[in-house]
Design a protein around this ligand. Sequence first.
Ligand code: GLC
Ligand code: GLC
Length: 811
Amino acid sequence: MKFGTFDDNRKEYVINTPKTPYPWINYLGNEQFFGLISNTAGGYTFYRDARLRRLTRYRYNNIPLDTGGRYYYLYDNGDFWTPGWMPVKRDLDFYECRHGLGYTSITGERNGISVTQLAFVPMGYNAEVHRLVVKNTGSVEKSVKLFSFAEFCLWNAQDDMTNFQRNLSTGEVEVKDSVIYHKTEYRERRNHYAFYSVNRPLDGFDTDRESFLGMYNGLDAPQVVANGEASNSVASGWSPIGSHALNLTLAPGEEQSLIFVLGYIENEEEDKWEALNVINKKPALAMIEQFATDEQVDAALATLAAHWDGLLSKYQIQSGDDKLNRMVNIWNPYQCMVTFNMSRSASYFESGIGRGMGFRDSNQDLLGFVHQIPERARERILDIAATQFEDGSAYHQYQPLTKKGNNEVGTGFNDDPLWLILGTAAYIKETGDVSILDEQVSFDSNPDNTATLFQHLKVSFEHVTNNLGPHGLPLIGRADWNDCLNLNCFSKEPGESFQTTANIEGRVAESVFIAGLFVFVGPDYARICRMRGQDALATDAEAKIEDMRQTTLTHGFDGDWFLRAYDHYGEKIGSKENEEGQIFIEPQGICVMAGIGVEGGQAEKSMTSVQERLDTKYGIVLQQPPYSKYYLNLGEISTYPPGYKENAGIFCHNNPWIMIAETVLGHGDRAFEIYSKIAPAYLEDISDLHRTEPYVYSQMIAGKDAVRHGEAKNSWLTGTAAWNYVAITQAILGIQPDFDGLKVDPCIPAEWDSFEITRVFRGDTYIIQIKNPNHVSKGVASLTLDGAAVEGNIIAPVLDGGVHQVVVELG
Ligand code: GLC
Ligand code: GLC
C-alpha cells in the first residue's frame, strides 16, 4: 500500500494522507540552522547543536506520537482545524504534503478554505521561513482567523525536560509590533535569543502556554483557538510560546500570503541591550526585513534549489528504471548530505541530546558525500583524525561543537583506525588532492602534539598489526563494526554500557571482520605510501596484508563461510559448531570485498551461504540462527529479541557489502537483486509494512525471526545511506573514482541494454554511455574518450574543465 507518490520533476515526495504508518519527515537547513519537519508539521528547530541550542520543544515518544511542531490553526466561524491535520485531527477535504530538497509544503483544505504551509531555511540564514497561503476556494466572502503556534525550548534540550524546579521560573519574552522574542536566560549569561515574526500587524498574540491552551487542554484544542480570541498573554516563567493572531477577510477566490520567520540571534556582549532588560532587536529586524515579500521568498527558494541541483549534478543516471533513477539522482545523495549535516544527532529516532559524531560512522558517511562537498569532506577528515591517539587508537566519538573526543565512551573499538584510511583514500581518489596528507593534525586534540595526516594513517595501519591475537587475527577490543558484539564485557548489571564496561583484559578475542577490513583498505594505504616515495613501508605493508589474507583463510574460514570472531575463551563465533549465531553477514561481505578467497573458491562459497542462510524477501539478515537467550560472553547482540537490530535484523548498512562482494565475483544479477530489496523507492508499495519513509533508508528492517518481519526502524541517520550509494554508483553502475582517474567497471543484471551516467570528476564532466549488446554482467570490452580508444578501463583526468563523451561497451 502506498501513501503518496514520487514527483521526480520537482524532486519531491508527495504524501496524500496525513495518516502515514509513521511520521514521514524531512530536514530543513544546510549550514548552521536546522529543522526536522514531519508530514503533519511536527518536529523542531535548532541552531547548530540539537542539544545545546534547541529553539523549539519536541517531546520524543509522545502520546499521541509526533505532537509538537509548527502549527497554524485556522478558525472559521466556530470550527477550527490545522492544514497538516495534526494536532487538531479535524477531517480535511484535501490534504497533501510535498517533501522536497530542504523544504516542505503542506496543504489542507476544509469548508472552502485552503491553507498551504511552506517551511524552509534559506541559504546563509539562521531561521526557518514559513509562508502561509490562505485561500477562499468557495463562492462567498469569508472572515477567518489564523493562530500560529510554536513552543520555545529553554535552549538546553536535556535540561529543558528534566530541571523543572528551575526552568518553570525562568521563562521570559518580549512582544513588540509583530514579533515575539524569546529571551530566557538572556538577562544573565546567554547572548542569544529567538524571535518569531509575521509580516503584517497583529490582531492579538499569546506567549504563555497555559493562557493559550487552557489548563488541561492539549494542542488539539487550545482554548484561545476554540474561542477564536487571543488573550495577549505575556509569559513569565512557566512555558513561553509564540502565537500570533490574525484576522483575514477573503473574497471568493482570493488568496493571501503571510510570511513568518522563526529565527536565532547572537549579540556581542556590549550590544546585548537596548535599555534595561530590553533586548537589542536590531539584528532580528534586519533578518525579518529580508523576508517581507513573496518575491524574497521565491528568490530564496530558487537559490536553495540551485544549491541542491549543484550538489546532485555530480552524479546523474539516465536509465529505463524510474526507481533507480530517483534513488541515484535524488534521494540517496540527499540522505547522504543529511548524514553529513546531522551525523547521528537529531532524527525521529535520535533525540538530539545523545550521541556525538562517531569516528567510524563519520568516515563511512564521507563515502556518500565526498563528491558533493569535497572541501568539507577534507575538513571533516582532519577533525576526525585529530581525535586519534599516537598509537593509532581513537576516541570512538567526538563532540561537534568542541571537536574533542568523548571521554565517557573512550577508545578501544579496534576497527576505528582503519576507517580513517578508507575515508582519506576516498577523498584522494575523488579529488586527487594529496596535500591533505601533509596537513599537521593533533593527537588527542592536543595542538602541541601533532603529526602529518600521513603519519596518522601509518599508526592506523600499525594499530592493527600491533594488536594481533592468538591466531594472528586482529584483537577486537570493545567491539568492531558490530557495536553489539561485546566479547570483552561480561556485563551482569542492568543499565551498564555493553561497550564501555570492559572487565576483562581483552587480548584473546579476535575479529575476522577487522581482518577483512584490513585486507580491504590496506592496499590503499600501501599505494599512498608509494605515492610518497615510501617504498619500503609500502612493501612491508603489502607483506602484512598478504599475511592477513592467509591467516584469514587459515583461521577465519569455517568450511562454507567466513567465521565472525573468536571469543574471550578462544572459541569460534559464527561457526557451524555454534548452536546459535552460526553465520554472520559482516565477514562475508568485507572479506569478499577484499578479494579474500576469490581464487580458492571460498568467496563463492561464502556468497552461496549468505544466500542460503541469511537471505529473506526483505533483505539479508545479520546472522542466523538468532540468539534466543542472553549470552554473557557475547554482550548486547544477545539482548535484542530475535530478528531485531544486531540479533538477526536486516541491517541495511551491511547489505551493500554483500552487493559489492557479489560484484567482485561478477554476479550482477544478484547484486542488483539485493540492492532493489532494500532500496526505499522499490519498497513504496509495501509502505504499510515497511512503515518508514519510502524515500530514505532506515538502519534496520526486522528480520525473519521477528514478530514484525519487514518493518523498518531508525530512518535517515545511518551509514546505510553512504554504503548503498557506493554499492549502486560505484560497484553496480561501475563509476569508480580511483587514484589514477575515473575507473569504469560496471557489474549489472545481464538483461540491461544500456544506461548513461553524467559524472563530474576533478572539474571535468564525463557523459558516459554504457552499452551492453552481448548481455553480459561484467567486463569492459572497449572504452573511448571523445572518440579516441582508451586502453584499459581507467579514464585519466582530462583536467580542462570541459565536457567529455565516453562510450563503453561491455562484453
Ligand atoms: C549503528 C552504529 C554503527 C554500528 C552499527 C552496528 O548503526 O552507528 O557505528 O557500526 O550500529 O552496530
Ligand atoms: C546500540 C545500538 C547499536 C548502535 C550503538 C551505538 O548498541 O543497538 O546499533 O551502534 O547503540 O552506541
